[in-house]
Design a protein around this ligand. Structure first.
Ligand code: DOR
Ligand code: ZN
Length: 344
């Protein structure tokens, strides 16, 4: 049995760091595990200009513990009227690594998102031109489409056409949750890849209702049927270069989750690698973890691999029932469970 596993230092290709008082504690949970992270731009107001991206990056860097070596990679929030030249400038000035497509009203702070991709073809042309990945929250928002079908419908209604119109554009299908998305990405060109979260590998939709409603397992896209979870596990552990690590860690205060209208998001940053290791071990694929966590992402983004290493040890440790971030109490992913892997 493997007792320790040393891999190249991993990166997280999808995180929410928030802002203000919470930022300091949130970012250091990520920086303890990951060398780099793609930072989502869904702040209030969203990050829609180069100046806002630069200022947010400065606040993040000021909040990182100087003993940790961490690089935030910033993203632009696409809107219907995002100026293509602002995107070009963001890339050329080294501020924006990628841009995020939120369909309007699909999730937390997405009200200013894109109402129809026909509005953003000019920006996508520029991104294709400068080699900047498009990160997609792949869900339609029509009231008549069942929430569990929104990702699959998005593939047919939006993704297929988008890729056809921009064949040279790098596209990351973020936090995929279905077999449909895993199959789609597998069959698409090498310009299309996907991130997979630890919670979508761990839970199916029954878990959200086990013994009562479980608001801390509510995230978007919502967890799906068991067959989809199994397909995601197969994709993540397959060794395919098309799938890589993106936690979608998204903290919300306990009160905002346990509410009449609870927020979507799972705070998994503190134990993300332990959770992924568990999944890869259960699938008999620990030898594929390094590719998923540390190799496939940077290769897709055209960035160098990290030089350092991370060691995971087969050692039980207890995840706390709750954690305090600044003065905000949060229930983390795996709260109260004993995890069989530890970092370090
Ligand atoms: O569960 C989610 N939480 N999904 C998202 O797309 C956004 C995120 C957040 O910002 O809270
Ligand atoms: Zn997200």
């Amino acid at each position: 049995m493997t007792d320790t596993l040393t891999i190249r230092r991993p990166d997280d290709w999808h995180i929410h760091l928030r802002d203000g008082a919470m930022l300091k504690d949130v970012v250091n949970h990520t920086a303890r595990q990951f060398a780099r992270a793609i930072v989502m731009p869904n702040l209030k107001p969203p990050v829609t200009t180069v100046a806002a991206g630069r200022a947010y990056r400065d606040r993040i860097l000021a909040a990182v513990d100087p003993a940790l070596d961490f690089t935030p990679l910033m993203t632009a929030y696409l809107t219907d009227d995002f100026d293509p030249e602002e995107m070009r400038r963001g890339k050329l000035e080294g501020v924006f690594t990628a841009a995020k497509l939120y369909p309007a009203n699909a999730t937390t702070n997405s009200a200013h998102g894109v109402s129809d991709v026909k509005h953003i073809h000019g920006v996508l042309d520029v991104m294709e031109d400068v080699g900047m990945p498009l990160l997609v929250h792949g869900e339609v928002t029509h009231k008549e489409v069942d929430i569990f079908d929104r990702e699959a419908v998005f593939i047919d209604e939006v993704m297929v056409g988008l890729i056809k119109e921009h064949p040279g554009l790098k596209v990351v299908f973020e936090h995929i949750t279905t077999q449909d998305a895993a199959d789609f990405v597998m069959e698409a060109s090498d310009n299309v890849a996907a991130t997979i979260t630890p919670h979508h590998l761990h839970y199916n939709r029954n878990a959200m209702f086990e013994g009562g409603i479980r608001p801390h397992l509510y995230c978007l896209p919502i967890v799906k049927r068991e067959k989809h979870r199994l397909a995601l596990r197969k994709a993540a552990t397959s060794g395919s270069h098309k799938f890589f690590l993106g936690t979608d860690t998204a903290p919300h205060a306990i009160g905002a989750k346990e509410s009449a209208c609870g927020c979507a998001g799972v705070f998994n940053a503190p134990y993300a690698m332990e959770s992924y290791a568990l999944t890869f071990e259960e699938e008999g694929a620990l030898d594929k973890l390094e590719k998923f966590a540390s190799v496939n992402g940077p290769k897709f983004y055209g960035l160098p691999l990290n030089e350092g290493t991370m060691t995971l040890t087969k050692k039980d440790h207890q995840v706390p029932e709750r954690m305090t971030l600044s003065e905000t109490d949060i229930i983390p992913f795996h709260a109260g469970e004993v995890l069989a892997w530890s970092v370090g």
